[in-house]
Design a protein around this ligand. Structure first.
Ligand code: FAD
Ligand code: NDP
Length: 436
């Protein structure tokens, strides 16, 4: 016994929400009963970035339904009612436990078989666990990860249980940096530990990282770099101490772990072609099986701007755009939908700071602006870097820009503005692009 749908979206995160809206817009003649979304989360798709920002604010900021998709793109808010009104079957709290791509069927934890004509895989990624890198303690009462609402609620509970206490944050990437800022706002003392030379090593230059590390230090955050937490000492189910590889012991009332993510590909191993840790897709987001598309964090797709190099980008803008593109391609019976032409875009907001990045951070980084942080620095610093590769702007990072400036750097990366003389760019900085 089972149900059948023309279109099934597997996963109910950011990409699923944007795909559903695109589906409804393209089937304005009505497509009730054609589309089903299956998610192991218990709520309709929401804007995951809110979890490390507004959701953690001490004032109890963003709460559902306010940040369901597609609020993050200032578009329609898709509540449960919206799905109902549009005849979209939302199957929540249900894990898909296996998939038979050849037979076009999914099997759920509820014992149901669901078949599809077209499948859109939007299973996202999961947080890497300490045990997977030789550590321990993931199940302790005061050890927190942050991927979904349940994790965010635990993080809030644990923060509130130790006001003024000590947190050890493991990892200096996106989760580590955003959670550290939220912990400080909640009056928790923070020490961040990571193996690299500086925070956000995959994106920030040493100079950019230095600014943020000094800014965080001015808020009382301590950085311990070049080493790792080798184990967590646990007593009565709670971590009490983080023990570092170099022998140091850090008291801990709580631990937040952000050591990277892994794409949720397991259901398709051996059935679809994989690349870059994700499911390989074409420029139309189609996988190696013509009836299956993959979008968002799980998809490895050719980025035209980078010479069609295959990339997997774990960022929200990518989830939104790849989802829309897959729906456009899947509903286009003429086959005329072209390849996605994606401009990589990442952003973050911490404390009173806010940055955006476009493109690729390859080549020579040319810095500009107020990069030297001191406690007396402007409360609205503006600085950044432009990456020059093969005589053209390949990537751009800007902290504290105006909407026009962000638009200008995005445009410069998109068209690959020529830089005949790097010295001129270094002298003019942002003006080189904004005046262009
Ligand atoms: P997800 O949003 O993760 O959705 C995947 C969905 O699939 C989930 O609902 C999951 O439960 C479900 N699922 C997985 N497997 C199954 C299964 N077998 N059965 C049923 N359901 C399943 N990016 C930015 O650019 N800027 C930010 O500021 C930013 N902040 C972030 C903050 C946090 C805390 C996190 C975790 C991520 C953040 N990101 C940010 C990244 C961004 O949220 C992701 O890139 C985006 O959510 C990816 O969308 P997705 O739909 O591919 O995956
Ligand atoms: P990241 O890949 O951003 O960062 C992982 C961090 O873990 C790095 O600092 C890395 O350090 C560190 N690390 C690796 N091994 C160890 C170790 N043994 N001990 C301590 N630290 C270690 O992953 P996150 O977990 O921060 O983020 C998870 C996902 O969430 C990603 O997909 C990310 O894109 C997404 N996200 C995006 C946001 C945004 O775009 N604003 C915000 C929040 C989450 P090193 O580099 O030195 O090796």
């Amino acid at each position: 016994m089972g149900r059948a749908f023309a279109y099934v979206i597997l996963g109910g995160g950011v990409a699923a929400g944007y795909a559903a809206l695109e589906f409804v817009r393209r089937r304005s003649d009505g497509a009730a009963g054609e589309l089903c979304i299956i998610s192991d989360e218990t709520v309709a798709p929401y804007e995951r970035p809110a979890l490390s920002k507004g959701y953690l604010s001490p004032e109890g900021g963003a709460r559902l339904p306010a940040f369901h998709t597609c609020a993050g793109a200032n578009d329609q808010l898709l509540t449960n009612n919206w799905y109902r009104e549009h005849g979209i079957e939302l199957i929540l709290g249900t894990k898909v436990i296996s998939v038979d791509v050849r037979r076009k069927t999914l099997f759920t934890s509820a014992g149901e078989t669901i078949s599809y004509a077209t499948l859109i895989v939007a299973t996202g990624a999961r947080a890497l666990k300490l045990e997977e890198i030789g550590g321990n303690g993931s199940d302790a009462e005061n050890v927190c990860y942050l991927r979904n609402l349940e994790d965010a609620d635990k993080l809030i509970r644990v923060m509130r249980s130790c006001p003024g206490g000590d947190a050890v944050v493991i990892g200096g990437g996106y989760i580590g940096m955003e959670c550290a800022a939220a912990l400080v706002a909640n009056n928790i003392k923070v020490t961040i530990v990571f193996p690299g030379k500086h925070c956000m090593e995959n994106l920030f230059t040493p100079k950019i990282a230095e600014f943020y590390e000094n800014y965080y230090a001015s808020k009382g955050v301590t950085f311990i770099k070049g080493t790792v937490v080798s184990s967590l000492a646990i007593s009565s189910g709670k971590v009490t101490t983080a023990i570092l590889r170099d022998g140091r012991r850090l008291p801990a009332d709580m631990v937040v772990v952000g050591i990277g993510a892994r794409a949720n590909t397991a259901l398709f191993e051996g059935q679809l072609v994989m690349e870059k840790g994700g499911i390989k897709v074409s420029g139309q987001m189609r996988t190696s099986d013509a009836s299956v598309y993959a979008v968002g964090d799980v998809a490895a797709f050719p980025v035209k701007l980078l010479g069609a190099e295959v990339r997997r980008l774990e960022h929200v803008d990518c989830a939104r755009r790849t989802a829309r593109h897959a729906v456009a391609a899947a509903l286009d019976s003429s086959g005329a939908t072209g390849d996605i032409d994606y401009l990589p875009f990442f952003y973050s907001r911490v404390f009173a700071l806010s940055w955006k990045f476009y493109g690729d951070n390859t080549g020579k980084a040319v810095h500009f602006g107020d990069l030297d942080f001191s406690a007396s620095s402007s409360s609205k610093p503006k600085f950044g870097a432009l990456w020059v590769s093969a005589g053209r702007i390949a990537g751009a990072f800007l902290e504290g820009g105006s909407p026009e400036e962000y638009e200008a750097i995005a445009h410069a990366v998109r068209r690959g503005t020529a830089v005949p003389d790097v010295a001129v760019l270094a002298r003019q900085g942002l003006a080189f692009i904004v005046q262009e």
